[in-house]
Design a protein around this ligand. Structure first.
Ligand code: FES
Length: 122
């Protein structure tokens, strides 16, 4: 199995994300409960980067329209809830979503070894 070094372990901290590039993609690394997790740095709503989103309790909230995702599983937890940080009324969320349905983030297999984080590839 091939692997690609993504970061030094010290760069991946609890309560934060660390964006790296690998294999032509931008990947967000995070540490949740001591474990390193990796998801694509691309919101499935409009394809915009998530890296500047608010991180809390192992989740990240998209800075553009407030969708929220689990940083380890990629699961979608909230879908299109705000614009520029201002809450959207329920009736307008479908308009801002532009017909896009809740979608999880792509996740990547990573492992941590000898002070570094590696992307596992099949
Ligand atoms: S771009 Fe992320 S919720 Fe719209």
């Amino acid at each position: 199995m091939d692997r690609v070094k993504l970061a030094d372990s010290a760069e991946v901290r609890e309560g934060a994300v660390h964006a790296v590039k690998a294999e032509g993609r931008s990947i967000l690394l995070s540490r949740v409960g001591g474990k390193v997790c990796a998801v694509e740095n691309r919101c499935p709503h409009f394809g915009l980067p998530l890296a500047r989103g608010k991180v809390a309790d192992g989740t990240i909230r998209c800075p553009f329209h407030g969708s929220r995702f689990d940083l380890c599983s990629g699961e979608n937890l909230d879908w299109v809830k705000s614009v520029g940080g201002l809450p959207l009324p329920e009736w307008s969320r479908g308009l801002v979503a532009l017909g896009k349905q809740p979608t999880p983030l792509r996740r990547f297999e990573v492992n941590e070894e000898n002070g570094a984080v590696f992307l596992q590839q099949p």
